[in-house]
Design a protein around this ligand. Structure first.
Ligand code: ZN
Length: 72
């Protein structure tokens, strides 16, 4: 329930969340909307190298806290 570090390497590589992009993701964006999500609720978007800045700008422009992590 509160495991912050689920086992990795068991799921297929994530695909970029950007619309129409089917590339393997190199990054994960962890974000939340503070207006509707509590501190425990974190959304995850996968992003390829090209779309990471696009997706991150989308979030930061709305004032959503976000964090990027390299996909292993
Ligand atoms: Zn992409």
């Amino acid at each position: 329930m509160s495991d912050p570090n689920p086992a990795s390497g068991q799921s297929p590589p994530p695909v970029c969340s950007s619309r129409g992009c089917r590339r393997d993701a190199a990054w994960m964006l962890l974000w939340r909307n503070p207006k509707i999500h509590g501190p425990e609720r974190v959304k995850r978007w996968a992003a390829c190298e090209e779309h990471l800045p696009v997706l991150r700008d989308f979030l930061t422009a709305r004032g959503f806290p976000c964090e990027t992590k390299r996909v292993e």
